[in-house]
Design a protein around this ligand. Structure first.
Ligand code: HEC
Length: 216
């Protein structure tokens, strides 16, 4: 009988593992260097890549949000300001209540999701991280590069109110938006009731600015 030499078996196993690693590295390099992986956005990621990237994003956001405390509540003024920012910067990609995304967003991979229930899936701190830092390898921009800290929280305040907004509310807010300029106390009151966001609706903050977009 041939005597068993454990060190020899181990050496073969190590050599096998090393060869596998080298082969995997070579295949990886070929994919990168030879264009074997299609970067086309016409078709979405395959199931595995889609799962891997999205799950990585979820855990990365959760980790970053751990040490970023959120305010305990948001004011009506923050929601209103967040709406203005959302309507200008986000609605084209994410749509809104009764408002479809722009048709060209179908060409983005992944397609931007509707955010009507985002506040039910993420905590305010996590939403702040997503909005401020963006999401790598997707079309989601890092807004901290163009918006201030307070504006980012305003957007989170609006996302928190979004699940309670009907299509009619959204349209009403567009009408009372300062640069669209037709203040209607009735509509604003309905919005406040629907969002249930205290304190009472401070419509006095809405100021007509002559229809100039961007002014407060
Ligand atoms: C050019 C298109 C685009 C614009 C503009 C954009 N986003 Fe996004 N956003 C995306 C894409 C794409 C994703 C999906 C990222 C992913 O799959 O991980 C996303 C994801 C998100 C998410 C996470 C959604 C979820 O449930 O996983 C939030 C929240 C979000 N965006 C908020 C915003 C806000 C707020 C703005 C405006 C300040 C904005 N986005 C502007 C493309 C966009």
């Amino acid at each position: 009988m041939v005597p068993i030499r454990p060190w020899r078996a181990l050496a073969w196993m190590a050599a096998g593992a090393l060869l596998t690693l080298v082969a995997m590295g070579a295949v990886g390099l070929l994919v990168v260097e030879d264009g074997l992986f299609s970067a086309s956005a016409v078709t979405p990621h395959g199931a595995f890549l889609g799962w891997a990237t999205h799950t990585t994003m979820i855990h990365s956001v959760a980790r970053s949000a751990r040490d970023a405390p959120a305010p305990r509540r948001f004011s009506q003024a923050q929601v209103a300001q967040g709406f203005r920012l959302y309507d200008r910067h986000c609605a084209m990609c994410h749509g809104g209540p009764g408002l479809p995304r722009e048709s060209w967003t179908r060409g983005l991979s992944p397609t931007p999701p509707y955010l009507l229930d985002a506040a039910r899936r993420w905590t305010p701190a996590q939403l702040k991280v997503i909005v401020a830092d963006g999401v790598k390898m997707t079309a989601m921009p890092a807004w901290s590069l163009t918006l201030g800290e307070a504006e980012t929280w305003d957007l989170v305040a609006f996302l928190e109110a979004l699940p309670y907004l009907s299509a009619a509310d959204y349209q009403a807010m567009r009408r009372i938006s300062p640069y669209r300029c037709s203040i209607s106390f009735g509509q604003a009151g309905a919005f406040c009731r629907n969002t249930g966001i205290p304190p009472e609706c401070d419509i006095g903050r809405w100021r007509y600015n002559g229809g100039v977009p961007g002014g407060a």
